[in-house]
Design a protein around this ligand. Structure first.
Ligand code: MLT
Length: 411
């Protein structure tokens, strides 16, 4: 008799964004005359930078000629892209990351979700923020590292509460943990961590022989020069952290798919007998077994963002979304709601003071605007909603007018 992985039965029936998409589709089907504006899932709307499409075309032409055609590429990614990442994203910021410590992939969602496979299932102590990008939790539930969901929280996880009181940057736990998930600039709150805060996390990880999984998919939105873009800007982080980066939000690659994960060669983890193992070697083993690399034209398109023209085009694109974020922040504040994020991140986290799904329904039904209910990101997300700045200027302006009218009406 074929049996299922029963850990899946502990999960909520559907993934947060799939759940929202289903509700929105039902609304659209019932109200075809009311156009909906989507500020829910953080999906980009602006076309790829011109350098990327030019590189895509040129690389596609190479694939059409026998002498330049390419079959399987290196699973870890082509050297031209790994070297560009090492030079521009790391060496330029004073971080000692080598090209062969970078693994190119088809997305940070997959990497953040898959990385846990190389760590123990039994007895591993997890520290996960709340609210949080659901992938970190759900993949650990699937792997059997948690107990049941009791009142919205899985047993066996040390939750790192992110609340208005701590500015949505969690405190370091008072107990030891082994695998710590951090995301800055944060999804969903848009909060950023200072150098001092990250330094404290690195020290905590060192003291506990733990590993930090640092998701910096939104680093291209940092404008405050004092905020670190990478965990590796913190001395010693090479020995305790893995970093995830993505071209999705940096350069509009959500549909194009390209990302990378940095696993320093100095990073060690232990077996049951206390013997050390290279985490880089483990991840390389997993990656080469289960992944065959990102398409050559896509890697060429990604590498194009590191040219001078590419950097300028990425800056224009991220500035555009940040200008949307500023409009949202101002409009929401003018409505008397407190919010954070949007200054160094493309998300605005609004403290609605109401049930978050109720607020979601209010915006959908009365303003035809989709947001993401905070409760979907965890217990501490209750009372909040997330608004994404990824949309056209016209849609953002229309959405803000509709939200203002809907809230006035609901008073
Ligand atoms: C989000 O809306 O949180 C992100 O778009 C999800 C993702 O990057 O997978």
């Amino acid at each position: 008799m074929i049996r299922i992985n029963e850990n899946y039965t502990k999960l909520k029936a559907s993934y947060l964004f799939a759940d929202i998409a289903k509700r929105v589709s039902a609304y659209v089907a019932a109200n075809p005359q009311k156009p909906v504006i989507r500020l829910g899932i953080g999906d980009v709307t602006e076309p790829l930078p011109a350098v990327c499409t030019a590189a895509l075309h040129a690389a596609t032409d190479e694939m059409a000629v026998r002498s330049t055609f390419k079959g399987y590429g290196p699973e870890q990614g082509y050297a031209f892209l790994r070297e560009a990442v090492a030079q521009h994203d790391y060496a330029a910021r004073g971080c000692a990351i080598e090209a062969d410590e970078i693994f190119i992939s088809d997305g940070s969602k997959c990497d953040c979700g898959n990385i846990q496979e190389i760590f123990a299932t039994e007895g591993l102590k997890l520290a996960i923020p709340d609210p949080v990008y659901p992938v970190y939790i759900d993949t650990n539930v699937m792997a059997g590292r948690t107990g049941a969901n009791v009142d919205g929280r899985y047993t066996g996880i040390t939750y790192l509460d992110c609340t208005p009181a701590n500015g949505y940057v969690p405190a370091i736990p008072s107990t030891a943990t082994d695998l710590i998930y951090l995301c800055f600039p944060n999804n969903p709150t848009g909060a950023v961590a200072t150098r001092a805060q990250l330094t404290a996390w690195v020290a905590y990880a060192k003291a506990n022989n733990a590993i930090i999984l640092f998701d910096s998919a939104y680093e291209a939105y940092i404008r405050d020069p004092a905020i670190p873009h990478s965990i590796y800007e913190i001395p010693g982080a090479r020995d305790v952290a893995i970093e995830f980066r993505s071209f999705s939000k940096t350069a509009g690659f959500t549909g194009t798919r390209c990302a990378y994960t940095v696993v320093p060669k100095t990073l060690l983890a232990y077996d049951l007998a206390g013997k050390t193992h290279s985490v880089h070697a483990l991840w390389n083993r997993r990656h080469t077994t289960k992944f065959n690399g990102v398409a050559y034209p896509i890697q060429k398109a990604a590498a194009a963002i590191y040219t001078d023209a590419g950097k300028a085009q990425v800056k224009t694109m991220t500035d555009f979304y940040l200008a949307n974020a500023a409009l949202i922040r101002t409009a929401v504040s003018n409505l008397g709601l407190s919010c954070v994020g949007g200054d160094n991140a493309p998300y605005i986290w609004i403290n609605t003071g109401r049930d978050s799904w109720e607020f979601f329904d209010l915006l959908l039904n009365n303003a035809q605007v989709v947001c993401t209910p905070g409760a979907g990101f965890g217990k501490c997300g209750e009372g909040h909603v997330r608004i994404s700045a990824f949309n056209s200027r016209e849609n953002v302006e229309t959405a803000l007018k509709r939200i203002a009218a809907a809230l006035k009406q609901s008073k």
